[in-house]
Structures are given as structure tokens and as C-alpha cells.
Write a protein that binds this ligand. Structure first.
Ligand SMILES: *Cc1c(COP(=O)(O)O)cnc(C)c1O
Length: 392
């Protein structure tokens, strides 16, 4: 059932999820167990020995993730950042150099800046939409190029295929954080990525009820030292132990089954919300890769199925109006995170991106970010309209 000739939704619903051999249960059970009876010393049933190393609910999720991304193996973690930390220690060593997006997810930037750097990893942040600057930033000790596309919260687009070529010419690995696009809208391994990362907290889980992370490695991906990337990650996942528990793995697996239909609806609604925002006199700029005048539109069209559920916009009235607009919506919930069925609204300058104020990562003060959910588009637009009409 990991057959790559099956369509995306068939894999999402079946990969790693054969009916339970004992009972026929259609849904993989939550195996709430830490250990497993051995039939004589070393007589493991299905290879299960201890649940940090492997747990059947987590295995089901990991096989499904690998099938969805077209990778060799999937790995499920307790959070997106746990996945990132495990990856960093799996494929990097002190002295290595990394290229990060200039507008990387704040937690990713913090992990490299405050945790990996003191440990001996250096990094630079050339803008990834400018391939010449990326090429110029590569050093002999560059081992990893880390890509996010679309980016948060400006929805910038990076050319995965071109960046994979730059990475591989330099003997480095290409990692793509695919959280914003989701596996359904973008397939980085097919475009040359070595490892795909997700915060499954977001679209993969999709219901704002679980925190999780995932890595999927490309078949045959090797580190500069010649080690197999899947084996390195598998070894470190078990050695470091930041695994997804069985309840959390089960929730993400359930979320994945509806990923395709949810993403189609997220995209439909986002397109309608974008049209409304473009027509509102209080809005100065709308950022959405689906717009023909978005600087990354042509690349996004090539590498994404559709343009996603994240939208941001700027207000003519400036920061104070932006901060009031996000507080005055009813159906849109004021909150951080993204990718759930419910629509969220936030002011990045004072919320998700407050910690990067005054740095290169600072975002416009008049910016509002939307995670467009799957409610009725008319209701979402009516709520935005009542807030914008009064305040903007
Ligand atoms: C949320 C997020 C992360 C971190 O994931 P957690 O599950 O919160 O640890 C990483 N990258 C992106 C793009 C994210 O949105």
C-alpha cells in the first residue's frame, strides 16, 4: 500500500494501515504500551521490543508519511522542533556550515542561533529567492541548505529544484520544511530534496489538537561523509528519544486521511478571501503566491499543486489599525499556529514575530496573517468585512 502508482488520497488512507491482523480493525489501534512480550529471549513479534525504538501506531504513521512524500523512510517526533533538532544532530557535526532562509520560521532560527551555534554549527541567511546570493554564500564546509517555501509570514517562494542543484554541486544536503504547503500541495523529494520536514501540528494533523513533527528521507540520500541519511536519522531518533507517542501518532494519522480534501477547501477559501481583500479600500497589499503579480508566482505554479491556505496583507492605516482589526473578528480566532480547520488571524509583528523585531527577520508592522480554515467562505469574508469596514 506504499505503492507510488496509487493517488495521493489512496496512499493517505491506506499506506501503513492494513486492517489489524487479529481483529480486522480498519483503523490502526492506539498501542498504549511501552514494552512487548518476547517469545523467548530476542523472540520479537514484528520487531517490536520497546516503544521508544518502535511502536505499531507510530510505525503506521511513519509508513504513511514516507508514502505521501515519496521517500524511503518516515520518522515521527514529539514536535516539529524535535524533528529539526534530531535532523541537525544526525547530519551535522561541529565545524559545519548551513544556509538558512532569511525569513526562517522563528523557532528554526532560534534553534540554530541559540542551540546549534554554541555547539559549533555556523550559518548564513541569504535570501533564497536570489539564487546568486545563495551560491555566493556556499562555503567548502557547507553541509546543509535549509529551505522553507512558502515562507512565514510573507509567503515568499523558493525554487526547490534550483536550490537542490546548488546544494548537490556543493556536496551539501537539501532540507525542505514543507509545513506551509503540506505534502498534498508540494512534493520536495520529487524536486530533488534529500529530507522533508513537517510540523505535523499544522496541516498534517489539521485539527489544532496535537503537536508533532516528521522527517522523511529520500532513498539513497547520503551525508558528505558517505553515511545513509535514513539510517542516521533512525539511529538518532532512537538515541535521542524525542518520538511521537501513540496517541499523538494516531491523531496525525487520522488527520492525514483528509489532507487532500481539506487542502482543496483551504485553497478555495483562501482564493475567495484574497479576492475580497484586493477589493477592500483599507488594504494596501495582499501577499499570496497565487496572485499573478507575486514575485514567486511562476515558480509556485511549477512546484505546487495549488497555492495554499496562508494569506497575509498590509493595511493602509498602519500598525494600530492592523492590531485592532485582528482583535475585532468573531469567526476568525485571534491566535498563533496555523493549518487547522478553524480560521486564525494574527498580528505577526506583535505575536509570532515579536521576538525578531529589530533584526533582519523583522516583518512589516502593518501586516496581518491569516490561516484560512475550511468554514463557509461567505461567513469568513463577512466577518473580515465587518472588522475592516469599521476600522480600516
Ligand atoms: C510550527 C512550525 C515549526 C515548528 O513545529 P512545532 O511543531 O511547533 O515544534 C517549524 N516550521 C514551520 C514552518 C512551522 O510553522
Amino acid at each position: 500500500m506504499t505503492d507510488q502508482t496509487l493517488g495521493f488520497s489512496s496512499r493517505a488512507i491506506h499506506a501503513g494501515q492494513e486492517p489489524d491482523p487479529t481483529t480486522g480493525a480498519v483503523v490502526p489501534p492506539i498501542y498504549a504500551t511501552s514494552t512487548y512480550k518476547q517469545d523467548g529471549i530476542g523472540g520479537l513479534r514484528g520487531g517490536y521490543e520497546y516503544s521508544r525504538s518502535a511502536n505499531p501506531t507510530r510505525t503506521a504513521l511513519e509508513e504513511c508519511l514516507a508514502a505521501l512524500e515519496g521517500g524511503e523512510r518516515g520518522f515521527a517526533f514529539a514536535s516539529g522542533l524535535a524533528a529539526e533538532d534530531t535532523l541537525i544532530r544526525s547530519v551535522l557535526a561541529p565545524g559545519d556550515h548551513v544556509l538558512l532562509p532569511s525569513d526562517a520560521y522563528g523557532g528554526t532560527h532560534r534553534l540554530f542561533d541559540k542551540v546549534a551555534r554554541p555547539w559549533g554549527i555556523s550559518f548564513d541567511t541569504p535570501p533564497q529567492s536570489d539564487l546568486d546570493r545563495v551560491r555566493a554564500a556556499v562555503r567548502p564546509e557547507t553541509r546543509l541548505i535549509w529551505v522553507e517555501t512558502p515562507t512565514n509570514p510573507m509567503l515568499g517562494i523558493a525554487d526547490i529544484e534550483a536550490l537542490a542543484t546548488i546544494a548537490h554541486d556543493a556536496g551539501a544536503l537539501l532540507v525542505v520544511d514543507n509545513t506551509f504547503a503540506s505534502s498534498y500541495l508540494q512534493q520536495p523529494i520529487a524536486l530533488g530534496a534529500d529530507v522533508v520536514l513537517h510540523s505535523t501540528t499544522k496541516y498534517a494533523g489539521g485539527h489544532s489538537d496535537v503537536v508533532g513533527g516528521a522527517l522523511v528521507a529520500r532513498q539513497g540520500a547520503k551525508t558528505a561523509a558517505g553515511d545513509d541519511v535514513s539510517e542516521r536519522i533512525g539511529f538518532h531518533q532512537n538515541s535521542m528519544g524525542a518520538v511521537a507517542g501513540p496517541f499523538d501518532a494516531w491523531l496525525v494519522l487520522r488527520g492525514l486521511k483528509t489532507l487532500a480534501v481539506r487542502m482543496e477547501r483551504h485553497c478555495d477559501n483562501a482564493e475567495k478571501v484574497v479576492d475580497f481583500l484586493l477589493s477592500h479600500p483599507g488594504v494596501s497589499t495582499v501577499h499570496y503566491p497565487g496572485l499573478a503579480d507575486h514575485p514567486g508566482h511562476e515558480i509556485a505554479k511549477r512546484q505546487m499543486r495549488r497555492f495554499g491556505g496562508m494569506v497575509s496583507f498590509q493595511l493602509k492605516g498602519g500598525e494600530d489599525v492592523a492590531a485592532k482589526v485582528v482583535a475585532e473578528t468573531q469567526l476568525w480566532t485571534l491566535g498563533e499556529s496555523l493549518g487547522g480547520v478553524e480560521s486564525l488571524i494574527e498580528h505577526p509583528g506583535r505575536m509570532t514575530h515579536a521576538s525578531v523585531a529589530g533584526t533582519d527577520l523583522a516583518v512589516p508592522a502593518d501586516l496581518v496573517r491569516l490561516s484560512v480554515g475550511i468554514e463557509d467562505a461567505d461567513d469568513l469574508i463577512a466577518d473580515l468585512r465587518q472588522s475592516l469596514d469599521r476600522l480600516a
